[in-house]
Design a protein around this ligand. Structure first.
Ligand code: HEM
Length: 395
């Protein structure tokens, strides 16, 4: 955990790296929604806004003319920006063509092709951990599933997944630890450049091979852009889903009635997963204001930055009854964990598939588990939320 100074008033000095936010942001959002509802901090960039209501966050997501995705992330103390990763940091019209080039790899049909491999991987992993007395569900289980799935889709051996996870860990610290972030990018860029060069000499059927061969609208993609697209798939595809799988299992390790119900009624799992997505939404993104705009009761000026806290929108009681409770049979459940509008998550089919098999396999092999006595559950800090350690005892 980063050494962070205390917060006196979250409305004027919020901090998503502060230990209180990291451990439990929900009461903070609830307080802000009631009395603010758009908070501000001077700790990052030239100042950073935080809308907390579903209504405001949805309006911003749909207004790409006023709120640009071309944002460099939160930086503090004059640290250097990390650059942009297409398509998530692009605005129309450039955004659409990059998104269109990636879409075919994440359709339900493509996912059906990958499903047996993802299911088998979850099954093997759960089986291999089932006879241990204690397991760290975040490190020993959840972390492995998205890294190996994305490696498979890119056409990289799953064993490289371990390296992906080290890079993600360093990037996750990135907002405040620029050295670590730059170190990770310094390894990822040459690694993916090599992969792209390899597909030029050895054409292949994987995602990298396709993008190298087909380009975008028939035009070749410049190497540095292609490499940044591939890095985005790692950033967007690993920690996000790791966080969701981990948080869902953490919930089940602390709520035996829900765990027993899902073991007895596995057909409820898809509904429960939507609720885990809502309650433990893991992804917030930044936007840059391009023209004066009023959000809630504040006026934002061109050049202002804001954090799009989709997880806060998912907990807004104006939209969700008993918003701070996890109801595994909640229906309907129109959560916004995957965002809204043109940037809505491209990997949502993949994420759902991974979460479903991760939880399903775990419950099949390990129906009885609970948080270990005196366990210290730790959480990622910053714009990505999810548990990083969940020690449980089995049986
Ligand atoms: C539970 C897991 C996940 C969550 C909660 C999540 C959430 C999100 C959110 C909120 C956005 C919108 C960004 C914005 O508005 O600026 C997004 C975009 C995106 N996600 Fe995910 N995501 C998850 C998993 C994945 C996976 C597995 C992939 C696959 C690689 C992926 C790829 C992407 C991409 C490429 C975008 C950018 C789309 C665009 O800009 O058009 N995500 N995701």
């Amino acid at each position: 955990m980063t050494d962070i100074r205390d917060v006196e008033d979250w409305a004027t000095d919020w901090d998503h790296h502060h230990p209180d936010w990291v451990a439990d942001p929900f009461p903070i959002w609830e307080d802000l929604r009631g009395r603010c509802p758009v908070a501000h901090t001077d700790r990052y960039n030239e100042g950073l806004w935080l809308p907390t209501r579903h209504e405001d966050i949805a309006a911003i997501a749909h207004d790409t003319g006023t709120f640009s995705s071309g944002h460099d992330g939160a930086t503090a103390g004059g640290t250097s920006p990390r650059g942009k990763f297409p398509p998530i940091h692009l605005d129309p019209p450039e955004h659409l063509e990059v998104r269109r080039a990636l879409l075919p790899f994440f359709t339900p049909r493509r996912m059906a092709h990958w499903e047996p491999a993802i299911r088998d991987h979850c099954d093997e992993l759960a089986r291999s951990l089932a006879d241990r007395g204690t397991v760290d569900l975040a490190q020993d289980y959840a972390a492995h599933i998205p890294a190996s799935a994305i490696a498979m889709i890119l056409g990289i051996p799953p064993s490289v997944g371990a390296r992906f996870r080290v890079w993600m860990h360093k990037l996750e610290l990135g907002d405040l630890h620029v050295h670590e972030r730059d170190e990770a990018l310094g390894e990822m860029i040459p690694y993916f450049t090599e992969q792209v060069e390899d597909r030029r000499t050895n054409p292949s059927d994987d995602l990298i091979g396709h993008l190298v061969a087909s380009g975008i609208d028939g035009e070749p993609i410049a190497d540095d852009e292609l490499v940044r697209m591939l890095i985005l798939l790692l950033i967007a595809g690993i920690d996000t889903t790791w966080g969701l799988i981990g948080a869902s299992l953490w919930h089940l390790s602390t709520h035996p009635e829900d765990r027993r119900r899902l073991v007895a009624e596995p057909e409820l799992l898809p509904v429960a997963i939507e609720e885990f997505l809502r309650a433990f939404a893991s992804v917030s993104l930044y936007r840059k204001v391009t023209q004066q705009a009023t959000v809630g009761d504040v006026v934002m000026e061109p050049g202002d930055s804001l954090l799009m806290a989709f997880p806060a929108a998912c907990r807004d009681p104006e939209v969700f009854d008993r918003a701070d409770e996890v109801l595994i049979d909640r229906q309907p459940n129109r959560h916004v964990a995957f965002g809204l509008g043109i940037h809505r998550c491209l990997g949502s089919n993949l994420a759902r598939l991974e979460i479903e098999h991760a939880i399903g396999s775990w419950l099949r092999h390990v129906p009885e588990f609970e948080l270990a006595p005196d366990a210290e559950v730790t959480w990622a800090e910053g714009a990505l939320r999810g548990p990083r350690s969940i020690p449980v005892t089995i049986g």
